[in-house]
Design a protein around this ligand. Structure first.
Ligand code: FDA
Ligand code: NAD
Length: 434
């Protein structure tokens, strides 16, 4: 079988890989030095589009429209761009074996790839209901969403089950974005999740109440405090019903499951130090193994602002960590160094006409401010998180670019707060004056 050698190999062809490639090109890379090896059949693209504009019934986003780096306002890297820059895109190629000591990767088809420097950018995979043995969870028309192939299957099903019934299992990011997308496609949507409110990883009960009210007004039925325990199927093996733990049974032509992700570290188990479920790195995304870097969803890195190692499963960090790793690689080749990664966590989501942003850390006391009536024509509200007398996190729904910048700034500066009541009364004005 063929063996190929490269100076730099990026394993994984998602968001991080694309932004890393752009940074390599900026810093200067010779033709044939860099390869991206991806399981997916297409060049790196902005994954967030898959749960949003990709599913629109009218003028949906399609490739090549959302290849990286359009998501952060940059130029699109089309497949030709990689060619022009002498970067080899090795697509539809899954790496099944990694030997970090031997600096070798092996694909499912048996090809061998040698590298001098490796960047691990394998991202996350979905947790499946079959992983915990839910009865009937392998039925047809039960979907997960991670890659473009998954999105294409879902789009087909939406067409085939026109005006049908959909059940969303999970009340996190996928649950909320897909609930909206399927409703926009005129399906009758129910959402089921075990927690007392949606997005408990980030939302306070006050924030969640707004979204749950807004979704209910759009005709989405929300069922909380229970889980799916089984599925019924028809003679074709297609899902027809979702059975809930509390005894209720919901009709379903389509089921979308979003019950969390898991970083794809299995290839490297036992070969590299791990922490908090990810591959441990330093502030330059260097792992415990020489010449091996890890970026994006798989990296557990020092979050300097909070003096703690963390893993972040969001697109802004995947872009920035990739750029940081490449800058560090190039600098060290010249005997130079770069500044430590100093990341301010930034998460966002969009659904229906809504758009929120969050910056910082969601710990400590919370203060809700603004107009969070789901029936308002233009709701605008937010929340601050306060720890040790300082604002450490800020959330804003419906903000304009300037206001979003203000909440980012407040989370970075961490100004002291005299009283929570004062903060509540001032609301967004508090952030705007910092
Ligand atoms: P990413 O998952 O992008 O890429 C990993 C790549 O590695 C994939 O191409 C995969 O096929 C490949 N791969 C894995 N194992 C391999 C192997 N063994 N061999 C070869 N290739 C392999 N975030 C946010 O902040 N705002 C948002 O709105 C959204 N929206 C969103 C929607 C959807 C549907 C998803 C799934 C995720 C989001 N996210 C998000 C999260 C964000 O997309 C995510 O954090 C980044 O894509 C992570 O980038 P990575 O490069 O680490 O992984
Ligand atoms: P998540 O962690 O956001 O949410 C998982 C949810 O699953 C929990 O909130 C809970 O409600 C639910 N849950 C857990 N077990 C359940 C069960 N047995 N039955 C029913 N519900 C159950 O994960 P996700 O929404 O699946 O997203 C997957 C990945 O994609 C994450 O990495 C996420 O960051 C990423 N993503 C991000 C965005 C964004 O940032 N806007 C959008 C989409 C996806």
């Amino acid at each position: 079988m063929a063996e190929k050698s490269f100076k730099y190999v990026i394993v994984g062809g998602g968001v991080s890989a694309g932004y890393a490639a752009r940074e390599f090109a900026k810093q200067g890379v010779n033709p044939g030095e860099l390869a991206i090896i991806s399981k997916e059949a297409v060049a790196p693209y902005e994954r967030p589009a898959l749960s949003k504009a990709y599913l629109f019934p009218e003028s949906p986003a399609r490739l090549p429209g959302f290849h990286v780096c359009v998501g952060s306002g940059g130029e699109r890297l089309l497949p030709e761009w990689y060619k022009q820059n002498g970067i080899e895109l090795i697509l539809s190629t899954e790496i099944v074996k990694a030997d970090l000591a031997g600096k070798t990767l092996v694909s499912a088809a048996g090809e061998t790839f040698k590298y001098e420097i490796l960047i691990i950018a394998t991202g996350s995979t979905v947790i499946k209901l079959t992983d915990f043995g839910v009865q009937g969870a392998d039925a047809k028309n039960i979907f997960y969403l991670r890659e473009i192939d998954d999105a294409d299957k879902l789009v087909e099903a939406i067409k085939a089950k026109k005006n049908g019934t959909a059940v969303i299992v999970g009340g996190g990011y996928i649950g909320l974005e897909l609930g909206a997308a399927l409703r926009i496609n005129n399906l009758d949507v129910s959402m089921v999740y075990p927690e007392p409110w949606c997005m408990p990883r980030l939302f306070t009960s006050g924030i969640a109440a707004f979204y749950e009210g807004y979704y209910a007004n759009k005709g989405i039925k929300i069922i909380k405090g229970t889980v799916a325990t089984g599925f019924s199927t028809n003679a074709h093996g297609e899902v027809t019903e979702v059975k809930l733990k509390d005894g209720r049974v919901l009709e379903a032509d389509i089921v979308v499951v979003g019950v969390g992700g898991r970083p794809l570290t299995t290839l490297f188990k036992g070969q590299v130090e791990e922490e908090k479920g990810g591959i441990k790195t330093d502030a330059f995304f260097k792992t415990s193994v020489a010449d091996v870097y890890a970026v994006g969803d798989v990296a557990t890195f020092p979050l300097k602002l909070y003096n703690e190692n963390r893993r972040v499963e969001h697109v802004d960090h995947s872009r920035k960590s990739a750029e940081q790793a490449v800058k560090a690689i190039k600098a060290s080749e010249e005997g130079k160094s770069v500044e430590e990664y100093d990341y301010l966590p930034y998460f966002y989501s969009r659904s229906f006409d809504l758009a929120w942003q969050f910056y910082g850390d969601n710990v400590g006391d919370t203060v809700l401010f603004g107009d969070n009536n789901p029936e308002s024509p233009k709701p605008k509200f937010g929340s601050y998180w306060i720890k040790d007398g300082k604002v450490v996190g800020a959330f804003l729904e419906g903000g304009n670019p300037e206001e979003n910048k203000a909440i980012a700034n407040v989370a970075r500066v961490q100004p002291p707060v005299e009283s929570l009541d004062l903060l509540k009364n001032e609301g967004l004005a508090f952030a705007s004056k910092i």
